[in-house]
Design a binder for this molecule. Structure first.
Ligand code: NAG
Ligand code: NAG
Ligand code: NAG
Length: 400
């Protein structure tokens, strides 16, 4: 009992440190691995948690570079089976590549998901929410069709089913809610380099896995993740893994309900204003890199370049890892070897007269390439067709 408490406290502490300055989630993460969860108590029903409050924590595997992909393991179905899913705060549907006749699937790490027979109907509130602002066609009233398309060109087409999900909550209770998920029978360009069983939709919409858990009274409507620069990290639902009084919260905009967006930000570099204001900002865990509008990208790269001490670092245009990389005297092993040559970035969000700052220390925007160069993990959004929004990808975020 005591061990668990200590474990949680350590977690919360490092999480908050990560928020303000350093990314020490690796240490954070080790403490989790050593922590033992209490055995589940079969007598406790999930609805009692309404009062108790709980969280679910998942280890995250993967890295921004070189794999460019993260995954969490979810246990789903009857009998329960594990699946690797790509966590995506930018979309609202969790789906698995599905074992139905004639299915078109990409390579998966596990056998395809065998769907339950429990179909979500076309007039079900979840189906309506999923199609909003359009309305579902309902040619087959007992079936809810879906189609998701991702910014990278990937897509999945299928039907919604309900099935059991298994979660170990932080208070030792095993949760076994029935949640809606997509049974995907037509997938394209999913997991070109790394096989994946499906996507874990963590968006703000009613159909996302975290929203469904919240509406069943199982966790509070909070999603957070902390990803280490060295790979790995964790993802959590609910709010009892950190001390919320020590976290800076900023409201998510009501104008951009599709995404986690706190609205417009002002960018600071090394504590000083850059003159860039009104940057519409979206947090998206599935985006490997951070993308800025062309103008912001231009300003940022010239500030970073201007500050680079030429005696230690030289631009290396031959490194194909990313557009902007620098070579040192010796190859770098980790970002901490070079962090002193880079300045922190910050985004200021002002809401109702209060300004909240989201800091990006060098660890949050640099990566080490396979050549041992240090590269900028911030890219020109115009080159990938993003118009006016700035996407804060990967590493560390918490949403409510
Ligand atoms: C997903 O995580 C597992 C460990 O749980 C790992 O073995 C696998 O390589 C990961 N897949 C990707 C695409 O990162
Ligand atoms: C929950 O914890 C038990 C005991 O540690 C473990 O065997 C099981 O795989 C876990 N389930 C999930 C869904 O993580
Ligand atoms: C960003 O990309 C767009 C489209 O490719 C290009 O026109 C623009 O010059 C780029 N901006 C910078 C700063 O490289």
């Amino acid at each position: 009992m005591k061990r668990v408490k200590v474990g949680l406290w350590l977690w919360a502490l490092v999480l908050l440190m990560g928020w303000s300055a350093t990314v020490s989630s690796a240490a954070f993460f080790e403490s989790r691995h050593r922590r033992k969860l209490m055995p589940p108590d079969p007598a406790t029903t999930s609805f009692e948690l309404n009062r108790v409050g709980s969280s679910v924590v998942f280890p995250v595997h993967g890295n921004v570079y070189p794999t460019g992909q993260y995954n969490v393991t979810l246990t789903i179905g009857q009998p329960p089976k594990p699946y690797f899913l790509d966590p995506d705060t930018g979309s609202d549907l969790t789906w698995l590549q599905c074992d139905v006749p004639g299915a078109i699937c990409t390579e998966t790490p596990h056998p395809l998901y065998r769907p339950s027979k429990d179909l979500v109907g076309c007039r079900d509130p979840l189906c309506i929410a999923l199609h909003f602002p359009k309305t579902p066609k309902c040619d087959i009233p007992e079936q809810c069709d879906y189609e998701v398309k991702y910014a990278d060109g990937g897509s999945s087409l299928g039907v919604l089913v309900k099935d059991s999900f298994y979660f170990n909550s932080t208070n030792g209770v095993q949760l076994k809610p029935r949640l809606a998920l997509g049974c995907g029978y037509d997938q394209h360009s999913i997991s070109s380099n790394h096989p994946i069983d499906g996507v874990l939709g963590l968006g703000r919409g009613k159909t996302s896995t975290v929203s469904q858990l919240h509406s069943q009274g199982l966790v509070r409507n909070v999603v957070g993740h902390c990803l280490s620069g060295r790979g790995g990290g964790f993802l959590f639902f609910g709010d009892d893994v950190y001390d919320s009084s020590r976290v800076d919260w900023t409201p998510m905009s009501r104008d951009y309900t599709e995404h986690y967006s706190p609205g417009f930000a002002e960018l600071r570099f090394d504590g000083k204003p850059t003159g860039l204001k009104n940057l519409l900002t979206v947090f998206d865990s599935a985006s490997t890199y951070t993308y800025l509008t062309s103008e912001a990208y231009q300003t940022l790269t010239s500030s970073v370049k201007r500050d680079i001490p030429g005696e230690y670092l030289r631009e290396d245009p031959k490194d194909e890892a990313l557009p902007l990389c620098w070579k040192g005297k010796r190859p770098f092993k980790r970002v901490s070897d070079v962090r002193k040559h880079f300045k922190p970035l910050a985004l200021d969000f002002t809401n109702g007269g209060k300004t909240k700052t989201y800091e990006l220390p060098p660890e949050a925007y640099l990566i080490i390439s396979s050549k041992g160069n240090v590269c900028l993990g911030i890219l020109n959004g115009s080159e990938v067709g993003l118009q006016n929004s700035n996407i804060i990808g990967g590493k560390f975020s918490m949403y409510m």
